[in-house]
Design a protein around this ligand. Structure first.
Ligand SMILES: C[S@@+](CC[C@H](N)C(=O)[O-])C[C@H]1O[C@@H](n2cnc3c(N)ncnc32)[C@H](O)[C@@H]1O
Ligand SMILES: Nc1nc2[nH]cc(C(=O)O)c2c(=O)[nH]1
Ligand code: SF4
Ligand SMILES: [Mg+2]
Length: 217
């Protein structure tokens, strides 16, 4: 019997400015996949934990293409938790898109198509999901990827700073430090990064400054 065409469970596809990472500000199509095995206390995308709609690759790509942009960010939920996400990432690259992936760090990243830039979170103690971190992922990141810490408070900051130094993370890939929205004051994080002269890129979520904390932007 012929296999059904591969599909994904999708929460939303939308066009916005990339609000995170070193690609911040670039017009980007976002594909948000449904479902996540983690429950970070601060998650701003909990609406993607359930629901969504099953769509074929062709349907998703047609929607992506309709925005007329070359840059695509696959996020979630946790994209790598879906069976066909690796094939989908490869398909987007084959179709000529410039693709980035937002992933929690809890699932294997090494089989992601090498043309994809992988933004790999290291979940902190404050996220409540540190125990899910798959530390082997760190050996797989390279200079076209980014390692990202989303920080709840000073304790998270010190934990991330110490890990950055001990594991020489900045030598593996660019490192991002981002405050949890409306939880850690960006100016506090900026002062700490400067005081410790950390080799990281501090970033705030541009889309929330522009449009607030809501789906679809
Ligand atoms: C919604 S997650 C989806 C992808 C994947 N599950 C992950 O955690 O990377 C995308 C990014 O948003 C970050 N994020 C989620 N909630 C946030 C918040 N309240 N403030 C700042 N960043 C947040 C996550 O840490 C992650 O880097
Ligand atoms: N504008 C915008 N940029 C983003 N970068 C990463 C996002 C995400 O939710 O993963 C995101 C998002 O939700 N919106
Ligand atoms: S891993 Fe990502 S989507 Fe899942 S709960 Fe954490 S921030 Fe939200
Ligand atoms: Mg978001």
């Amino acid at each position: 019997m012929a296999e059904l065409a591969p599909s994904l469970r999708i929460t939303e596809v939308f066009f916005s400015l990339q609000g995170e990472t070193s690609r911040m500000g670039v017009p980007t199509v976002f594909v948000r996949l449904t479902g996540c095995p983690l429950r970070c206390g601060y998650c701003d995308s909990a609406y993607a934990f359930h629901g969504g709609e099953t769509q074929s690759f062709d349907t998703i790509v047609e929607k992506v293409r309709s925005f007329g942009a070359k840059t695509v960010c696959v996020t979630g939920g946790e994209p790598l938790a879906q069976k066909h996400s690796l094939a989908f990432l490869k398909h987007l690259c084959d179709e000529g898109f410039d693709v980035s992936l937002e992933t929690s760090g809890a699932l294997p990243i090494e089989h992601v198509d090498p043309r994809v830039s992988r933004i790999v979170d290291i979940k902190t103690p404050g996220s409540g999901e540190l125990a899910k971190m798959r530390w082997e992922n760190l050996a797989a990141v390279n200079n076209s990827d980014e390692i990202k810490f989303v920080l709840c408070d000073r304790a998270d900051y010190e934990w991330a700073r110490d890990l950055l130094r001990d594991q020489k993370l900045a030598e593996r890939a660019p490192v991002l430090f981002s405050p949890v929205w409306e939880t850690l004051k960006p100016a506090d994080l900026a002062a700490w990064v400067l005081e410790d002269k950390l080799p990281v890129r501090m970033q705030v979520q541009l889309h929330k400054i522009l449009w607030g904390d809501r789906p679809g932007v």
